[in-house]
Write a protein that binds this ligand. Structure first.
Ligand SMILES: [Zn+2]
Length: 136
């Protein structure tokens, strides 16, 4: 993913009339899955909290190399945490779009997002065309 996509999350307005039939996208079970996913991510985040504590500076027992290792581990866990936070934001965006009857539509061009794309990523908010345009 390239660029700050979080800005898109809240822009979608309800689609008048709603082109999607009720039975085309099962938003009830999607919502359930998203909430479950979000709970799991929050659990993981809490479980890994210890890993993101500042690296202790204990010169006597920790050699230079192992301190570097510790910092690397910390950097990785911060990166993991950052990714989780983005994922949680994406889930919240998807939940919001379900509330607004906007789920399954591209936030950029309003086209219906390919259901296969949504199967792959429940939080997808761009159609394939806009997604590939955003990556360039
Ligand atoms: Zn689009």
């Amino acid at each position: 993913m390239v660029g700050d996509v979080t800005a898109f999350f809240m822009l979608k307005t309800p689609t008048p009339g709603g082109l999607l039939e009720e039975d085309t996208v099962d938003t009830v079970s999607i919502k359930k899955k998203l909430l479950q996913l979000k709970a799991e991510l929050i659990d993981l985040d809490e479980a890994s909290h210890a890993g993101t504590q500042p690296v202790a500076l204990d010169q006597s027992s920790v050699g230079r190399l192992s301190r570097m290792d510790a910092m690397q581990v910390q950097a990785m866990s911060l990166e993991t945490k950052r990714r989780r936070e983005i994922q949680i934001q994406r889930i919240e965006g998807a939940l919001k779009r379900i509330e607004n009857d906007a789920y399954g539509y591209c936030v950029t061009c309003d086209e219906v997002i390919d259901p296969k794309r949504l199967d792959f990523d429940l939080t997808a908010f761009l159609c394939i065309h806009c997604a590939s345009a955003a990556e360039q």
